[in-house]
Design a protein around this ligand. Structure first.
Ligand code: PEP
Ligand code: MG
Length: 949
């Protein structure tokens, strides 16, 4: 009989941490914590298979479930000595969702289940605390009404019907906070809630605990398909088919008085990675109060001072968890009358910054190996080390100008400056208009993720470091300031106010336009007012919110690598980066090169760790200085002589550029590609440009427009471009080859080693390559004769047309190397214009027609298949064939992994993505160790030879 229910409790558990697919993340870890002796209230997990069944079979359950569930409830009863539904000694349970991968706040939870008009009496008898019992009851009715019976507010801007009842009650009693309401008030509230449910939904709140339990289980399974869960899954690539598990667990109460409480904590700081226990708690509260951000919780340091015994228990748990899981953990706990209970643990979400620091420091602490560290850091997280920070001087100036509005919690590091919007929808729309956006909310809710995704930074006036805003922002890698209470945000009126001293205008007259004075009875209060669309800046590392724009500046890592600021070289951030990259380089077998066309780009590339240039688009050099005129003259020439004369003017420029590149690259391989784009891309566009050009060339504007008409193509990307240019006008290739060889010999004369690789673009037939290679070889000989100096070089081709991939064996007889131009290869394989696909690609992605944009991540089944054929057939006839990739995919982690498995020699990407490619290559080598790339094979042979010697 299939087992759908897994019990845990009393030191025994049916499952363990490895069963996330079946038990969900929360469930699997509850079982694991029980195994390792942590205090977990007993319970059971209903598996994800039941969720799949539920959706596959029209919202019904496997027939076995009923009896399995009953016996699991019995086990909890035996362990706790309580009885579900008993009026004397009632067992109360929580019902929580728990998917394989955490989806914070996206699905539903119900607490205090089992309470009804009879069991409340039993609980009062037991606890002697009617206030606590009625508080639990009204919370339960409220949650049950929300989640199971459909009492949710109709729109985000609608007020919560339960909240309205509570507000009315407080008004009636003349009190301000919930805690001032009496037991009788709370009892009345529970009754009023039940009436409200009935009058609004027509449904009765069920008194039968078993009916409550089934209702809750179905609601949790139902929440797997709610809108926010769907959006979250799409954004995070979580398949719908995974389903969620449901955890039912004996309740423990953090709201049982002053010796009770609840909290969330991380075993290390999730924002900075610092090795310090980090968390928040509230005494006399239930978990939802902490997460929802309605009361601002206390930091752990307060517990250390006020309740050292409790703190010591938590520190012990922290140590056990880190030793066991060997990672930074995120925990939820409840203290019931002085006793600690663990309600959840999971691998803690963290900023990219913290991920890197924690991984590196855990290697230092010998908790994990360097390989573990590499596998724990998502390559894209490195971006967070390369993120801008505020220009220090500008920020200090802003502060001295009185523009520091407030300081909140530094929930997500980095610096962001943009226009403020107060709803997720407005933020999203402004982003689509191309604005840089800051989203300001009182607190965020899961519905806000679309707006959070669109924003550069997020600021909230409520909530702590573990509030929804903080968690989700960190996960998205967004700058975030949370709990900034000084901001009075009015989401409806789209405005925010910050109270300032009366004399602000006297001290800071330049702020006058932002100031607003409001009469409050006798008193007058002054505020800074910020309307929708106004600029603010957030420092997510310090929690500061600043009025207006503040310039950002490069991170420590950038300062060392690119700006050569030596003081940053000793910064902990840079040291961590350096260590990680060292491990990555000693692990990876794929080479990493750069797509760079200018000497300064090549310098950056080397600073980021490039081992060569994988693509120098020589046409980019045509735009520098006044050479564009000569290029245009060449294009407009109608005879070979005319073209040669113009090319002779371009030659010295190209030679100088190449020479400087050879100097910078100092012996590292440099792949120089001959002219590729359609010629009209170089021609003038405006009438003025045409007239100016005509004047400088001494021809009429009409001649230029006529020639432009001749060159106009219906489909230029498939037209007169690539090697076709060099075939019809070999003098272009001759000039470029001459420039390369002359520069190479000049460099060699300076004592610099050179290693040029000359690459012919857009080859579809071997004869195209043969003809162009002949031109290059002849020029090599000519220059060698002229200079009396031979330079080593390779000739090869881009593989960017399907026919080239399919005839790779013939082409490999001529080419010494292939470089996959996956931009064009994707374009030509899919028949999808790389310049126009954004018109329909978002639709394709949203409707799951394509799993990912193939221009970002290699389409392994189509484009990848062609690459595989080219690799196998090319190496089949030419085993020494060098293979690389220079399309944009060369810097995208999943594509880098694919290139590793294909056995390419290197990937090539833009300079700022090189660290990402290095890490991705190391991870690929760890994930696919058996697949030795040619680079390791060559290294192994070298080693063997050395041993033999
Ligand atoms: C390519 O097509 O992948 C490529 C690198 O060339 P370009 O982007 O210059 O067409
Ligand atoms: Mg191309």
């Amino acid at each position: 009989m299939p087992n759908y229910v897994y019990s845990f409790g009393g030191g025994k558990a049916a499952g363990n941490a490895s069963q996330k697919n079946l038990l969900g993340g929360k469930g699997a870890n509850l079982h694991e914590m029980t195994h390792i002796g942590l205090p977990v209230p007993p319970g059971f997990t209903i598996t994800t298979e039941v969720c799949t069944y539920y959706y596959g079979k029209k919202h019904t359950y496997p027939p076995e479930l009923m009896s399995q569930l009953k016996s699991a409830v019995k086990k909890i009863e035996n362990l706790t000595g309580m009885k579900f539904g008993s009026a004397q000694n009632p067992l109360l349970v929580s019902v929580r969702s728990g998917a394989r991968s955490s989806m914070p706040g996206m699905m539903d939870t119900i607490l205090n289940l089992g309470l009804n008009d009879a069991t409340v009496e039993g609980l009062i008898e037991q606890t002697g605390n009617p206030r606590f019992v009625y508080d639990s009851y009204r919370r339960f009715v409220q949650m049950y009404g929300d989640v199971v019976l459909g009492m949710k507010p109709e729109s985000k801007d609608d007020s919560d019907p339960f909240e309205e009842i509570i507000i009315a009650k407080k008004k009636l009693r003349g009190v301000e906070t919930d805690t001032e309401l009496t037991a009788d008030d709370l009892r009345e509230l529970a009754g009023e809630f039940k009436d409200a449910i009935h009058s609004r939904t027509g449904k009765h709140f069920p008194q039968d605990p078993e009916a409550q339990l089934w209702g809750a289980i179905s609601a949790v399974f139902g929440s797997w398909m709610n809108d926010r869960a769907n959006v979250y899954r799409r954004l995070n690539g979580i398949p719908e088919s995974w389903g969620t598990a449901v955890n039912v667990q004996a309740m423990v109460f953090g709201n049982m008085g002053v010796d009770s409480g609840t909290g969330v904590a991380f075993t290390r700081n999730p924002a900075t990675g610092e090795n310090a226990f980090y968390g928040e708690y509230l005494m006399n509260a239930q978990g939802e109060d902490v997460v929802a951000g309605t009361r601002t919780p206390l930091p752990m340091s307060a517990m250390e001072k006020d309740n050292p015994k409790m703190y010591a228990q938590l520190m012990r748990v922290r140590k056990i968890l880190e030793r066991h899981y060997k990672d930074m953990m995120d925990i939820e706990f409840t203290i019931q009358q002085g006793t600690l209970y663990m309600l959840q643990c999971r691998i803690g979400k963290r900023t990219g910054f913290a991920a890197i620091r924690i991984a590196v420091e855990m290697v230092n602490e010998k908790l994990i190996t360097p390989a573990d560290a590499l596998m724990r850091i998502e390559p894209e997280q490195l971006n967070q080390l390369l993120r801008p920070i505020f220009n220090t001087e500008e920020k200090s100036a802003a502060i001295s100008e009185g523009r520091l509005l407030a300081t909140g919690l530094n929930a997500g590091p980095g610096a962001a400056s943009g226009r403020v919007y107060f709803t997720a929808e407005d933020a999203f729309l402004a982003h689509t208009r191309g604005e840089r956006v800051i989203l300001a909310r009182n607190e965020t809710s899961p519905e806000d993720i679309k707006g959070m995704d669109a924003a550069e930074g997020i600021v909230t006036s409520r909530g702590g470091m573990t509030s929804h805003a903080a968690l989700v922002a960190r996960q998205m890698g967004k700058v975030c300031v949370a709990g900034c209470e000084a901001l009075q945000i009015d989401n409806k009126k789209r405005v925010m106010h910050i109270a300032v001293p009366h004399d602000t205008e006297t001290h800071y007259p330049h702020l006058a336009a932002h100031l607003e004075t409001v009469s409050d009875g006798e008193a007058k209060r002054t505020f800074i007012r910020i309307n929708e669309g106004g600029f603010i800046s957030l420092d997510g590392s310090t929690g500061e919110v600043i009025l207006g724009e503040v310039q950002t500046q490069p991170s420590e890592v950038l300062r060392v690598l690119i700006y050569k600021t030596l003081d940053a070289a000793n910064s902990p951030v840079y040291k961590i980066y350096e260590r990680l990259m060292k491990w990555a380089d000693s692990t990876r077998t794929l080479g990493v090169r750069s797509n760079s066309d200018q000497p300064d780009q090549c310098r950056n590339a080397i600073a980021f760790g490039a081992e060569g240039i994988g693509l120098c688009r020589t046409e980019h050099m045509f735009f520098g200085g006044d050479r564009i005129d000569a290029v245009r003259e060449m294009i407009l020439a109608e005879t070979t002589e005319g073209r040669r004369a113009a090319l002779a003017k371009i030659l010295p420029y190209q030679r100088n550029d190449f020479l400087e590149i050879f100097r910078v690259m100092n012996g590292k391989p440099c792949t120089m590609r001959t002219l590729d784009p359609p010629l009209h891309e170089f021609l003038p566009h405006t009438e003025k440009e045409i007239n100016d050009l005509a004047k400088s060339l001494g021809i009429s504007p009409e001649t230029i427009t006529r020639r432009m008409d001749d060159l106009r193509e219906v489909n230029p990307m498939l037209g007169f471009r690539g090697c076709r240019l060099g075939l019809l006008y070999p003098e272009i290739t001759e000039m470029q080859a001459r420039a390369i060889f002359e520069a190479a010999s000049a460099a060699k004369k300076e004592g610099i080693r050179v290693n040029p690789e000359i690459m012919i673009p857009l080859v579809g037939h071997v004869n195209e390559l043969k003809s162009q290679t002949d031109v290059v070889r002849k020029m090599a000989e000519t220059v060698a004769k002229e200079t009396g100096m031979k330079v080593p070089y390779l000739t090869g081709t881009m593989i960017e047309i399907p026919r080239a991939a399919l005839t790779a064996d013939a082409i490999a007889n001529v080419a010494q190397f292939f470089s996959f131009g996956t931009n064009d290869l994707t374009q030509t394989t899919y028949g999808l214009s790389r310049d126009d696909s954004n018109k329909f690609m978002p639709f394709y992605l949203e409707h799951d027609i394509l799993p990912r944009d193939p221009f970002q991540a290699i389409d392994r089944d189509g484009v990848g298949r062609l690459m595989k054929i080219a690799v196998e057939d090319g190496r089949g006839v030419n085993p020494g064939l060098k293979l690389g990739i220079c399309g944009e995919h060369g810097g995208e982690p999943t594509s880098v992994e694919f290139c590793h498995t294909l056995g390419l020699n290197y990937v090539s990407c833009s300079p700022f993505r090189i660290p990402i490619a290095r890490l991705a290559a190391a991870r690929a080598a760890l994930a696919y160790p058996a697949k030795k790339s040619p680079r390791t094979r060559a290294a192994a042979t070298k080693k063997k030879k050395a041993v033999r010697k």
